[in-house]
Design a protein around this ligand. Structure first.
Ligand code: GAL
Length: 990
């Protein structure tokens, strides 16, 4: 079939859509109630809806000029691709990651058409704040043509059909049976067309021309891989004579004398005049009402209702069944009210704290396309990590995500598909935005706001609308705000307002603020005054790039302390990276991108395949519903951090490490704390080990489970005593070193066991992503080049003292290592003194190398990756594992796997053991299969090659912070290099 292709709409600033149907709620219609209400419903199992996803014909045009004026589908050499899918993941073009810049020259409203993309001039990204120019070669505004057929029988061909594209990047020119149907842009918004004028009985041919960029791409400058294609499902919907076109519900909550009632009205649009019957069903309630839709519109009042309210903690839903003579829609709806009351954000009249995360629709094998199972997995992962809020950064998600959030109980901040980061001008933080301040763009901004609210207005989980991300403030954002508020009673969020004179809409919002700044807002004395009179959200915080984020708990201390602090959403849920068939992961710059932002996309608390990283464990712990504190003696304080769930919903099990167990049922009310007396009910003395393996501290571990499911929600450990020093008997002096051990200027070596690593004294660490500040600072590098000069070796009877000088470009230290023969082995005391330099010391440790056959590790210390500002998610216990279990599989290798609060470590090759034991203070431990120097040179997971066993004991290592995009490590987790430090441990072997 032949098609005259439209070559204008995608690049015509005056065109946002052609023949696109007005936005409406997303739902699936059924022919009747029997079809609509089966208990377990698959996503599109309706005789009225055909999902056209599957294999489609595809032709990629790397030179858009080669796209013919008249496309003859018979002569095209088609390939086959999966829909939904992104062509960069299907063998065309290549993945391209760039954060805040446009991929094309910033020259609004023009975008590249058929010629090569010339020099790309970006307002941001250049050195020293200057504009940045890149010179891409072979770049075009690529086009992809999709084709598939579907059959309609005589009956079907006689009734209307609507085709729905749930997501296409960047735009779509749709054709059917030789004719142009229409045009749409707005990648993450639904685009629908009436195809009745072009459809016919028999085989119908559908052709979709998708462009890499269109005018709308100026509004889609989000920090993500810039993908293209039909990446969400395509639905063919039959229109029945009295079909339901749109549904909205309006609820009003009334609380009188602590009785809550809801009034509910259902607004309907039908495709023709008809009667409609509305039933609300569930939890013992049945309410039926009917109305006649004159002129296709009807409002059905369900009157006053006594219902169970919906919250993320109690996701009670009802069936809303809408019936016309030819159609039935069953929607799961809940009753909730979200509103702002002065400085408080209330759900159903109660303050809530949002324990949130930012969620992108992203898959390592398919880009923007996620399967229903993957979406489900993400929502379940939120639930199992105590995350109760998703901000759908930075566009409306697949509608299925919202249905699941309704069902499973997750609050949603639903965001418009809008970011114009690359149009920000001025010094950081840029205030002005060329597009948001330009009224000529208003219609496009409003289009995205309207399509957000209209599509998702039925979803109970949505508690706030968000106008987009990082588009600065300006008249177009204000216009969006007006539109959204005119259609919905929900509060509106938009962080970008902070960059305008308005400073905030219904709630104040910032990203990556310091704890101090958050506190000042809580206290109502922020210098940004408009933050002082309304609730405040950290729409992004705790940048989870690489190892980290550190310091989340410090935010929550403030959030729980002030009513006005609503909580925050960690940045972000999952790493973005591309998984290749050979198991490799790649990130920005690995695909020949001519400009990119490296691994800045690898910043999730989950790895790309959704395996939780330590970040996820940190978040889960920090977001726990019950928090326990030791008050002294047998008294413990339980803080119920939920808003709607009594403490009775949980069981608490206390276990003391020296024996003793207690179960606690606590009735602490939501948002309250209460103290409890907890004494062990049974006490079986627990084996604490002997001699060097003795457990020398007292702790209690509290495991909290949901009573109904038995699911563990948190485990926290409270230290009841400091570690006791090693006994004098073990440390009694000996006159000579044991056989096989030798002390030289390099340090202590044990023949056939271990030797000092090449750099025995470690003051630096392999830079983590969070050690690289956005400002460009790279503080770790100052400690990379170390020259060690041995100043003296003084030997005595069973003693040796090695004095060395460590010289760095900006620092100089003297290190004195004393080795003493004692009853249990060799006691090592290292003392560090700074001669020159200032600032923080990354760490102070000593590293020993063993060969790779020493693979077994046993230690008593924190049972997982832990650093000064992210350790509470772990507990001190005895751990047995392999060396490979002691580091984390970061997509970009970096310092990882530290273990805090260690009393000893034993490394073994199966025959022999070597043990390092803390003497008077626990040490921090690292066991790695490679040296730190080797680690520093690694760029990808697969670079990690084993070269031995490297055991490091440290007096300390500085915290992690979230400096990759936010505040660096806080002062309380840092170590001033000008102080003197000491590290003591005992070395023994058998
Ligand atoms: C924020 C932005 C996010 C992401 C993050 C850094 O400024 O809103 O989209 O870029 O920084 O990872």
């Amino acid at each position: 079939m032949r098609y005259v292709l439209d070559r204008a709409a995608y690049c015509d600033a005056g065109v946002i859509a052609e023949n696109r149907l007005p936005a409406r709620s997303y739902f699936i219609p059924y022919p009747d109630r029997a079809e609509a209400v089966p208990a377990a419903r698959r996503r599109y199992e309706s005789p009225l809806v055909r999902c056209l996803s599957g294999e489609w014909d595809f032709r990629f045009y790397p030179r858009p000029a080669e796209l013919p004026d008249v496309l003859d589908t018979e002569t095209v050499a088609w390939d086959r691709v999966a829909v939904p899918g992104c062509w960069q993941f299907q063998g065309y073009d290549r993945p391209f990651y760039v954060d805040e810049r446009y991929q094309f020259p910033f020259d609004p409203p023009r975008i590249p058409e058929e010629g090569p993309v010339g020099p790309v001039f970006s307002l941001i990204g250049g050195e020293g704040g200057r504009p940045h120019v890149a010179h891409p070669v072979g770049e075009y505004n690529f086009a992809g043509v999709y084709r598939r057929t579907f059959d309609l029988d005589e009956r079907e061909a006689s009734v209307g059909h609507v085709i729905s594209f749930l997501g296409v990047a960047s735009c779509l020119d749709l054709y059917l049976n030789g004719r142009h149907v229409g045009y749409a842009e707005g990648s993450h918004n639904t685009a629908e067309f009436d195809i009745a004028p072009c459809q016919r009985a028999g085989t119908n041919e559908l052709v979709a021309v998708v462009r890499r960029w269109c005018t709308g791409s100026y509004l889609e400058c989000q920090d993500m891989f810039r993908n293209n294609g039909i990446f969400r499902d395509v639905l063919l919907r039959e229109v029945t004579p009295s079909g339901i076109w749109d549904v909205g519900v309006r609820t009003r909550r009334e609380e009188r004398a602590s009785r809550v009632r809801y009034h509910m009205a259902v607004d309907l649009r039908l495709v023709a005049e008809s009667t409609v019957r509305v039933t609300l069903l569930g939890h013992g309630l049945e309410r039926v009402a009917e109305a006649h839709a004159d002129g296709c519109r009807a409002t059905v009042d369900l009157g006053e209702l006594d219902v169970l309210e919906w919250t993320a903690e109690t996701p009670h839903l009802y069936d809303l069944i809408l019936e016309t003579p030819t159609e039935c829609v069953r929607e799961r709806v809940g009753f909730r009210e979200a509103r702002v009351d002065g400085r408080r954000f209330l759900v159903n009249g109660r303050p809530v704290k949002l324990h949130g995360v930012n969620h992108h629709d992203t898959s390592p094998t398919a880009g923007y396309a996620m399967t229903p199972a993957e979406i489900e997995r993400d929502v379940l992962l939120c639930k199992s990590h105590n995350i109760d809020t998703i901000r759908t950064s930075h566009y409306p998600p697949d509608p299925y995500l919202l249905e699941l959030c309704d069902e499973l109980g997750v609050y949603v901040i639903d965001e418009a598909d809008l970011e114009t980061h690359g149009a920000l001008v001025g010094k950081f933080p840029a205030r002005q935005n060329r597009l948001t301040n330009d009224a000529r763009w208003e219609a496009r901004y409003l289009d995205r706001a309207e399509r957000l609210v209209e599509r998702d207005k039925l979803r109970t989980c949505v508690i706030m609308w968000s106008l987009g991300n990082e588009a600065g403030g300006g008249c177009n954002a204000d216009a969006m705000y007006g539109l959204v508020r005119s259609r919905s009673s929900l509060p509106v969020h938009y962080e970008g307002a902070i960059h305008s004179l308005r400073r905030a809409y219904d709630v104040g919002s910032e990203m990556y603020s310091t704890v101090e700044r958050v506190r000042s807002v809580g206290e109502g004395r922020s210098t940004t005054r408009r933050l002082n009179d309304r609730p405040y959200l950290l729409c992004e915080y705790a940048h989870a790039m690489g190892v980290g984020p550190g310091g989340i708990e410090d935010y929550w201390r403030q959030i729980y302390a002030f009513d006005s602090l609503m909580g925050g959403c960690v940045w972000e849920m999952a790493d973005h990276a591309v998984l290749h068939p050979d198991g490799r992961y790649t990130y920005g710059g690995d695909h020949g991108e001519w400009e990119h932002d490296g691994n800045f996309c690898v910043d999730g608390i989950l790895y790309p395949d959704r395996t939780p990283s330590t970040g996820a464990r940190v978040v889960r712990h920090c977001y726990r519903p019950l928090r326990v504190r030791h008050l002294g003696g047998d008294f413990f304080m339980v803080h119920n951090a939920t808003s709607f769930t009594s403490g009775e919903a949980f069981s608490l099990r206390f276990e003391w490490n020296d024996g003793g167990v207690a179960e606690l049922s606590c009735d602490v009310a939501p948002l309250r704390q209460q103290s409890y007396l907890v004494r062990p009910t049974s006490s079986v003395a627990r084996e604490l080990g002997e001699g060097l393996r003795r457990d020398r501290s007292r702790r209690v571990t509290v495991t909290v489970r949901r009573r109904d499911t038995g699911e563990e929600v948190s485990r926290e450990q409270i230290r009841l005593s400091e570690m006791a020093p090693l006994g004098d008997v073990l440390l009694a002096r000996d006159a000579a070193f044991p056989e096989g051990c030798e002390v030289t200027g390099e340090g202590l070596a044990v023949a056939g066991v271990m030797a000092p690593a090449a750099t025995p004294v470690l003051l630096c660490r392999a830079e983590t992503d969070n050690d690289r500040y956005l400002s460009g600072g790279r503080p770790m590098e100052r400690f990379y080049d170390c020259r060690r000069e041995v100043l003296s070796v003084v030997e005595g009877e069973g003693t040796a003292v090695v004095t060395s000088r460590l010289v760095f470009p900006h620092h100089r230290f003297v290190c004195e290592d004393t080795y003493e023969a004692v009853a249990a082995g060799v006691l090592v005391t290292s003392r560090l003194h700074c001669e020159r330099g200032r600032g923080d010391l990354p760490r102070f440790g000593v590293c020993y190398r063993l060969d790779a056959s020493w693979d077994k590790v046993e230690y008593l210390g924190r049972n997982g990756e832990s650093y000064q500002d992210m350790c509470e998610q772990t507990q001190v216990e005895r751990v047995s594992c392999r060396v490979a279990d002691m580091t984390e599989p970061n997509i970009r290798p970096q310092e990882s796997g530290n273990r805090m609060d260690c009393q000893y470590v034993i490394v073994s090759n199966g025959e022999k053991n070597v043990q390092l034991t803390a003497v008077d203070r626990p040490f921090e431990l690292a066991v790695k299969p490679y040296s730190d120097e080797e680690l520093r040179g690694m760029r990808h997971r697969e670079d990690e090659a084993r070269s031995g066993t490297y055991v490091t004991v440290q007096a300390f290592q500085m915290g992690i912070g979230s400096g990759s995009c936010g505040p660096a490590t806080r002062p309380e987790y840092r170590f001033d290099c000008r102080r003197d430090y000491e590290l003591r441990y005992l070395v023994s072997w058998e």
